[in-house]
Design a protein around this ligand. Sequence first.
Ligand SMILES: O=C(O)COP(=O)(O)O
Ligand SMILES: [Mg+2]
Length: 226
Amino acid sequence: MVLKAIVIDIDGTITNPNRSLDLDVAKRFRELNVPVVLSTGNPLCYVHAAAKLIGISGIVIAENGGVVSTGFDSPSIIAEGKEECEKAYELLSQYHDLVKLDAAYRKTEVVLNRDVAVEDLRSTLSENGIDIEIIDTGYAIHIKSTAMNKGTGLLKVAELMGLEPSDYLAIGDSCNDAEMMQVAGFGIAVGNADDEAKQAAKYMTQASFGKGTLEAIEYAISNGLL
Ligand SMILES: O=C(O)COP(=O)(O)O
Ligand SMILES: [Mg+2]
């Protein structure tokens, strides 16, 4: 066994196409003898509820690395940058019709409904000389600081768990998983993954969504990685 833990995305990776949790994945996590860390673009309350119900670690990565929780009942590490995201949002909303998501819960990002083209948002920002990242995960558009991502989140999580980032198997489906896969010891993209996630991964499963994750875990075990 080379790897000592799993860090894994939520939407598109442990879910079904309708965003419901794949129950076979939850069951499989409980049988594993390595810790499983959820890593998501969703806010902390969402991922903590998911982790508690699945029955896995309260150490999680939320808001694309902006928020790293040190446990269910312990304080979180919250990155700087919310203010610059709000400024970018104010500017963008002068040119585009935008709908904010989860605004009450977000500590580090501004997140938008996917009814606007990201390329148009990026053009508006660059025309106005604003250096901020805009990503589309397939589930939401995130206005985020360039200083944090799931890869920087994994560095913090590894430190909290007394492990190296290279000790983790990273599994994901989208552009926001790329840095985490690059920092981890081995990255697997599920079959429904976007091009950026596929490029960052060392292996891609045939199956998609939660079934892809089940395949990824079996691949890692049968190849002596887990
Ligand atoms: O928050 C999103 O946009 C997608 O969430 P995910 O990182 O769990 O896939
Ligand atoms: Mg995802």
